[in-house]
Design a protein around this ligand. Structure first.
Ligand code: F0G
Length: 494
């Protein structure tokens, strides 16, 4: 974005890109949307994309690409090779510009990078604990279900209060961190993990001060600091807006400073780096690198491609420059801020302050009559129900980020209660326009007025791991049909 003054002397902004490739969208009719929900088991992950009007499920793998990346996709001048392709060496050089880290390892996506990192650091379960600001679903599945460990979350208390205006809800609680390190014993702790623009908190950043303090604790107890930088673009842009220790610095200076404090960084490149793939960087620990690299060739492929295609490796070179650009990441931040403000004005409960990643609606306050966990005939999961209701009345697809996204305790098969039930409306990078957002605001406003119709969901089929991806549910008491009828009467078939 370009920030400047308008003719009246007030500050405003204009976008710093234009769009030359477009995709025609079609809004499916109300009856089609209802049929799709029934066929998809009241789970937005199961909806075919041609039945989606505005896809805000995720920002992963669905960002617009740049002109430079489009030409990378042609692969001209690149020579494919099983080992030692030219793009890989160029990528290593590109990384050096932003990372004071010695080693780079590629993987086919973020969770594959997580698997390699935690396999090595947890020593196959001998160091069972990972202390973190907040878990992510795939990280937890790998740490706990694959390697038998435990993720211990230590967010600041403000993080779970959607109304609290704390600017750094992604901070780790450093006094709790030190207490937990002492309680568990540093020898049992694999790593301290900090997620950038914390996903499950609603894209919330940490502060530079908090990161330095975390580093100090890691130094004191000899623990590695691991960073999940999948959304480093928004983390850094939010720091530039809010953090006195980052203001006035360039994005490349900030990432360099953060990485100097970090032992291991990993990312899903599908998010902030605009390309399918993943990577790990290691600051200097040669033994760790050797271990990670040896398993990379088992799980991902030869070191010089690690599950990524040659074209994707070339696209990642440009993706790095886009993630650590001083202007580009602000487009989505402005979109999120705009939408959050409009929703807030209409009384729709949203996570504040606006962060990165997307707009997060607080389903607990939107649907206070829906119980958090299903029991008996009533059904439950307010965020799961609300995300389906929104699709029904708009064709907009969001994602449940709450109780449904948390797997049960594998031993007792009991639900593990979560603290936030959010409907996430992700903002894929450079993809949607302001009128799309106004439409979202309008349909959520209509839903708020008719929220009493929406009831809970219940399981028909519940997978044992990462259940939210493929689970099949039902709208308890057939509330979807009632919502369709009321909508049709008031607003018609579209
Ligand atoms: N870490 C974070 C913070 C993520 O947001 C994701 C993915 C991953 C790791 C795993 O990466 O999908 O490439 O294997 N987040 C996506 C999302 C799925 O929609 O939030 P992956």
């Amino acid at each position: 974005m370009v920030y400047l003054k308008n003719s009246e002397g007030n500050s405003f902004y204009v976008s710093d890109f234009r769009i030359r490739v477009f995709q025609k969208l079609r809004l499916p009719t109300l009856s089609e949307r209802y049929a799709v929900l029934k066929d998809s088991g009241w789970n937005t992950f199961r909806i075919p994309v041609e039945k989606v009007y505005i896809d805000m499920l995720t920002d992963s793998g669905v960002n617009a690409i740049s002109l430079e990346q489009l030409s990378d996709m042609l692969g001209l001048g690149l020579e494919d090779a099983y080992a030692g392709n030219r793009a890989y060496y160029k990528l290593i050089d590109a990384f050096k510009e932003f990372f004071p880290h010695k080693y780079l390892i590629l993987a086919h996506q973020g969770r594959a990078a997580e698997n390699l990192v935690f396999k090595a650091l947890m020593k196959n379960g001998k160091k069972p604990y990972v202390l973190t600001n907040i878990h992510f679903t795939t990280t937890r599945a790998i740490v706990e279900r694959v390697y038998g460990g435990r993720m211990i979350e230590l967010p600041v208390p403000e993080a779970f209060d959607p109304e609290n205006q704390c600017q750094f809800k992604g901070n780790i609680d450093t006094s709790k961190l030190e207490d937990e390190v002492k309680r568990l014993g540093p020898e049992n702790i694999a790593a301290v993990r900090i997620e950038y623009a914390s996903n499950l908190l609603g894209g919330q950043p940490f502060s530079m001060k908090n990161y330095y303090e975390t580093r100090e604790i890691c130094d004191k107890y000899g623990l590695p600091l691991v960073a999940d930088i999948s959304m480093a673009d928004w983390q850094i842009a939010l720091m530039k807006k809010r953090d006195p220790m980052a203001m006035g610095k360039s994005a490349s200076e900030i990432i360099y400073e953060l990485m100097e404090l970090t032992d291991v960084a990993y990312a899903s490149a599908r998010k902030g780096f605009y390309v399918r793939g993943g990577f790990i960087t290691i600051k200097g620990d040669e033994r760790l690198y050797e271990e990670v690299r040896s398993w990379q060739v088992v799980f991902e492929g030869h070191t010089s491609y690690g599950g990524m295609s040659l074209k994707e490796i070339a696209m990642l070179i440009d993706g790095l420059k886009m993630a650590f650009n001083d202007d580009l990441p602000f487009y989505e931040l402005e979109q999120i801020e705009y939408t959050v403000k409009k929703l807030d004005e209409r009384g729709i409960p949203v996570v504040k302050p606006p962060g990165g990643l997307g707009v997060h609606v607080d389903a607990r306050r939107f649907l206070p009559h829906v119980q958090l966990i299903p029991s008996g005939e009533e059904g439950g999961y307010p965020a799961g129900a609300l995300v389906c209701a929104l699709y029904l009345v708009s064709g907009i697809r969001g994602m449940e980020r709450g109780q449904l996204s948390m797997d049960r305790d594998p031993e007792t098969w009991r639900e593990i209660p979560v603290q936030l039930d959010l409907v996430r409306l992700a903002m894929p990078r450079k993809t949607y326009l302001q009128d799309h957002l106004d439409y979202l605001v309008d349909r959520l406003t209509w839903l708020l007025e008719n929220r009493d119709i929406i009831k809970g969901l219940n399981w028909i089929y519940e997978p044992p791991v990462l259940r939210f991806f493929e689970g099949i549910l039902i709208d308890q008491g057939n509330w979807g049909l009632r919502l369709l009828e009321v909508y049709r009467k008031q607003l018609g078939e579209i």
